[in-house]
Design a binder for this molecule. Structure first.
Ligand code: ADE
Length: 222
């Protein structure tokens, strides 16, 4: 799968996405990740990408020309183009799964007061937010989406089943509690059932814990 992240801060994404599981998937070619600097699509000496809003007001708005040129360059017939913005629909696990089936995803990072409306209208297939708060720029949001998508690609996690049984996996249930050694840590003991070796009882206990957790933490998921 190819993912292009268009932003003013490609180094920010590079730092986050070069580490750990995603860094390995990138190195191994499981994902063809391209960090695109929007300033490469400017033509003036100062590499200007933004300007004051018509009608007045605070902040700066991304001009249309660099984004139109950039997307003309990057877009393939299969590409899905997504604008990262706090005004978008909330990103979630089903969206991550949908994106992981694509062959080409282009994530465009918004900036300051936003992007020229003509960019949203003409170039974007959808708009996504990673939550109801405002970040300084969309590169962080695009990195979050990329992480959630790439870990679902075949071979990205060492063990392919491990993305299936987790919270927000294929069932809308939170994950069960996990324990490792020691069996007794300062008087806090591992539940007996996990030491029993009885796989059926362990599976039943885990399912019960998943339901209890979901009811107490995220009842709206049920
Ligand atoms: N850019 C700034 N804040 C954002 C958010 N919450 N989600 C996506 N992009 C953003």
């Amino acid at each position: 799968m190819r993912i292009d992240i268009v932003s003013l801060f490609p180094a920010l994404c590079k730092g986050v996405l070069s580490e750990s599981v995603i860094g390995r998937a990138w190195k191994e070619g499981i994902v063809d990740l391209r960090l695109v600097d929007l300033r490469d699509y400017t033509h003036d000496a100062r590499k200007t990408v933004d300007d004051k809003p018509y009608g007045g007001g605070a902040g700066m708005v991304l001009r249309p020309e660099p984004l139109f040129e950039c997307l003309q360059d990057l877009r393939t017939p299969e590409a899905r183009v997504v604008l990262m913005t706090p005004q978008g629909r909330r990103f979630d696990q089903p969206t991550a799964r949908r994106f992981s089936q694509l062959s080409h995803l282009i994530l465009v990072c918004g900036h300051y007061e936003g992007v020229d409306e003509r960019v949203r209208q003409c170039l974007m297939d959808e708009e996504l937010s990673i939550g109801d708060y405002v970040l300084t720029n969309g590169a962080i949001a695009a990195s979050v989406v990329t992480d959630a998508v790439v870990r679902l690609l075949p071979g990205a996690l060492g063990n392919d089943v491990s993305s299936e049984e987790e919270s927000f996996g294929n069932e809308p249930l939170m994950e069960y509690p996990q324990f490792t050694r020691p069996e007794n840590y300062k008087g806090m003991k591992v539940p007996e059932v996990l030491l029993s070796g009885n796989h059926q009882e362990i599976a039943a206990w885990r399912l019960e814990q998943r339901v209890l957790r979901t009811v107490s933490r995220r009842p709206e998921m049920l």
